[in-house]
Design a protein around this ligand. Sequence first.
Ligand code: ADP
Length: 526
Amino acid sequence: MKLPFIHKTPIIFITFGLILISTAILSFVSYYYTVGRENLVETSLEQSNIKLATHYIDRIEKEIVDNDLILSGMVDVDEPEKWPEMVDAIKKADLNVDQVYFLSADSDYPLYPPYSYDIRNQWGAFRASFRVKELDLDQRELNQPHHLHMERANKYFFATYVLKETRKGRRILVCYQMNVDRIIALADGLLRDLQDRFYVSIVDFENNGVYGQPISRSSKYYQEKIFPSTLYKWILQMVPRNYTELEQGVRNQRRTNLFLIILSMFLTLISLGIIYIGWRHERQLRQLKENFIGNVSHELKTPLSLIRMFSEMLVMGRVKDEDKRLEYYRNIHNESDRMSRLIANLLDFANLIRGIEHKHFEKTNIAQLAAKALEAYRQEILKDGFELNVEADPQLPDSYADPNAITMAFLNLLDNSRKYSKERKKIDVKICRDNGFVVLAVTDQGAGIPESEQQKIFDKFFRGSDPFVRKVRGSGIGLSITKHVAEMHGGEVLVQSELGKGSTFTLKIPIPNFESRISNLESNTP
Ligand code: ADP
């Protein structure tokens, strides 16, 4: 089955799109997953802290209530004559009680201790907090401990009271005024083990510290809980001792996760970019190769047709004139020469592509070599109407080089100057010495090369984009071979060109310091 759009759009773009979308989805999901997981960890930590706070509140309240039950059991309202004795026993026992009052449920004065001048102040203070009429005693169950907890001018008042009934049915309220410091000490004993891991404090509703210093509520690991039934004006506060590290840890974890997600997205994008560049390069190369095959076929076909045409005329004896015959022979020679050069170039190029090098280095005088190549080439150039100027330094030293390769590289440059010249048919060749190099410079007054192409021309298969260049026969491998030849001799090839004015190609081959250079090059020679 063919999807309607797939065969029209390059598959690579569809793949890229899919990879991008799936990476984005994956990043999105993993970010939300990690954030969700962190929240879950935080919530479960929070819940375990709530449980812990509830557990310790329950422990303190249970201790107080157990204490209340003992207190309640130590009093008998039917035996008023024994109340002093009972109160003494309670005060002496370690039950956190400061004073015990027996009250009639409907009177403002105590039944015990009897009101007197001596207890006037103490009674007054007690009554300021403990107002019987405000207790709603009708709603209270008999013999059940109840609590009154208040804050009075920076002092706390805490009392347990139990409503009892005598056998005769009289309701008596027994009130135990507790010692607040001892209640705090009791809480301290029970909270001790919690303090190993937590900062713990008890505060009132105005956030005044009752036990320990008030704790800041800003941390998300902070927990607080009210005492529900005994010390109900107080709040238990707690926060893990390592809460700053916990918060920092979560922050770091989140940052790391985010960083990793962004990094993986970034790497995916980079990989896609690299794949894309590779793909584009591959496509360009394929295109260049296709052009190359077309160009080479054309380059071979043209001289072959000419050779055939001239040879046919000669074979059939149609050319009577001796000069004409000579011209035809020369044409055949020139065209076959051009073909041989092209084939030599192709073979060399094939070796270059396969990484095989047939170097035949020997002591070579490049100036003489160039002069010889020019000799053969001159006729052809002059015939095409070119002016050729050669300026050669006669004193040039020998080099250690592969003569065939150097000749081929030099002829490639000469051939290009001829091919890419328009109406100004002038070629200057300079053979000289420059800073330890033998220099072969070929200058033409031809089409020139745009700046943007001046480096690309040395790439294999590359041909200039100018329509004039496109019309000229060529395969796009000459300069890449020349560059390779220069490099294999430890030299280089440079171009200087101005569009519309001409170009100079300079082939530089190093002059060896003979002893070391020769042994160096010999060790590289297969
Ligand atoms: P070919 O000449 O077969 O195209 P080359 O590798 O020799 O292949 O040259 C590559 C390209 O460099 C040419 O297509 C042309 O655009 C440019 N070029 C080379 N020499 C010259 C020159 N002397 N003047 C202008 N352009 C040149």
